[in-house]
Design a protein around this ligand. Sequence first.
Ligand code: FEO
Length: 400
Amino acid sequence: MQPVEIKKNIYWVGAVDWNLRNFHGYSLARQGTTYNAYLVKDEKTALFDSVPATHTEEFLHTLRSIIDPAAIDYLVVNHVEPDHSGALPKLVELVKPEKIFCSPVGKQTLLSHYHREDWPYEVVPSGQTLNLGQRTVHFLETRMLHWPDSMFSFLPEDKLLISSDAFGQNWAASERFDDQVDLGALLDLSANYYANIILPFSPLVQKLLAKIKELGWEIEMIAPDHGFIWRSHAAEIVAKYDQWSRQIPGRKAVIVYDTMWKSTETMAKAIAEGLIKTGISTRIMHLKNAHHSDVMPEIMHAQAVLFGSSTHNNGMLPLVADMLTYMKGLKPQGKIGAVFGSYGWSGEAVKQITEILQSAKVEIVVDGLRVKNVPTVLDLEECMEFGSKVAREIIARVPE
Ligand code: FEO
């Protein structure tokens, strides 16, 4: 990839990963991703972040087209996760940096990843600045966004925020800027990224947005470590982060299920009828067709999540267990839930799922519904009423 000048003397120099399809459990089946690094040329030249070890040569090729790595003075590590630091050993060898700037936790994390006591670390806690000549860099620790070591680098003279994982998306593309692609699709992928990466840290997002306001940073451009650079819609993505981190749901329900012989599926559809006729926007997701990371954005926007599973070997179906584990880890807040499923002789799945949802702080608002083998007409009427009951609970909680 060619470098792209994003501000005068500031360049995107990352790598595009067209082939990545699974980022530790997050399916990128549609888009791949980019690893963004930024080179700032000034009296001192600094390189912000890098790429995974797998993309080192491609990255160096891009970098060398505008600078000899040996001419770089400083490396800045905003985030140590290997998708942004894997190239570091090679870079340090070529650049021989005067200093490697990182957060206090960043230094410990770099040491435990690369075991190099001899690198010239310079720890920069929140509030510390770095003078590059015509411009300064202001550092702000952003712990748990997305790791404890994460930090932002803000360049006030350029009104540029280099934001690490925050405000990113996974979308491999030849374009670099938000106004070069469809904004709706970009925000949709940003929501998908938020639901799968940032969601558990939503209270910290609220604090971070308040901190940025308090600091009075005038941000014109946001350059994240994944995806597109926000040069025309920076305010929109910040507003979306404010909205998503508040976790205010819509009048919406998601029915997530797996089924053996379609009885649980038949129940799911009848329950959906009950929800829909009571005025709730409803999404049905069969886990054999929907990856858990595609379900999460739907859950993020919904007030209610309904889980269905046949009972299989005295338990729930494996894809349902997978979905519950994934969802619980992402800690969606303020959800209500309900559980249903068919069974042949023992029927433990409903109880087991209910217990897991309760442990994930999902409020169970209707008693679990089980049907033996194939649902009858009466059973399906009960399923519809089950859906209507959940709908009324949603309506009671979510203003129109
Ligand atoms: Fe893109 Fe937390 O790494």
